[in-house]
Design a protein around this ligand. Sequence first.
Ligand code: C2E
Ligand code: MG
Ligand code: MG
Ligand code: MG
Length: 296
Amino acid sequence: EAKSRGKNQFVVYEGALGQTRLQRLELVESLRASVGAGDLRLVYQPVVHALSGRITGVEALARWRSNGVDVSPDVFIKVAEESGLVVALGDVVLDIAARDCAELVAASGGDLNIAVNISAKQLREPDFVQKVEETQARMAGASLVLEITERDMVGDDAVSTEVMTSIADLGVALAIDDFGVGFSSIGYLQDMPVRIIKADGSFSDGIDRDERACALLCSITMMGQALGLDVVVEGIERPEQLEHLREHVHAPYAQGYLMYRPMALDAVVEALRENRTRVAAEAVGQRPPSGTSSMT
Ligand code: C2E
Ligand code: MG
Ligand code: MG
Ligand code: MG
């Protein structure tokens, strides 16, 4: 990983994302300052019921601006995980989500899932279950969902069944994120109190064009449903994909740019209101949802 660069007196380390060691150190320090100051933002992306278009929940996604530049979550979450900052970052995220909850619930009319992404490092903190309990207590009218990537569920650093069971006992749902791309055994689904799987967006890419892609997503969905889990399909970008999801895959829930992009609080509150009114009107009119024009 570390490479000497010729006669250059600096030793340049290249991380997985191509930054030099110096750039990475600067990122860590800048992120540490932002996290310390609570200077992160959350955007929210709705999850919808695939057939009706009704919004059933929102996923909180962290956003960070460093020196006037938006840094991709793929970069800063990795930096946060490697530096241990992800625990403090996760606290800030839980706090903002809890603070925004009342407004989200009011706009949705109640019964809203609020999902937060969690890193394995957070789950190994001794006080994590207590933090979850406190966060949930602040989220009246909503159900807290914790999303954990499949990668974090297995391997040497796998999260403990005990911690997950304590969290489930609080009534907080566990969702497996990026399901199907963790190169892993799925045996953990037997022991872990999982309620939701989120099929990785890569499976949706070709569902309307490629029978094998469609078969894979169908199989994931059937397996999840056979286990009594809710299945969310991520990465729905085109109307044809949504059509296939409804007609062939029968996955109950969907998320993607076609329906809603991640949005700032004000915008998602507006979307929740609009969705609630429209879905209620459609239910009264007994009009079967057609196409996607009504969903975007
Ligand atoms: P994720 O949890 O799987 O989130 C979904 C990502 O896909 C988000 O990227 C979202 O903006 C993007 N996305 C949603 N719909 C579509 C679509 O139709 N097409 C495509 N191409 N992409 C779509 P984002 O916000 O850049 O986040 C990337 C990852 O960073 C997240 O993946 C999650 O693993 C991580 N992350 C974000 N916020 C947090 C956080 O607060 N804590 C932790 N631990 N991780 C976070
Ligand atoms: Mg997620
Ligand atoms: Mg995901
Ligand atoms: Mg992902």
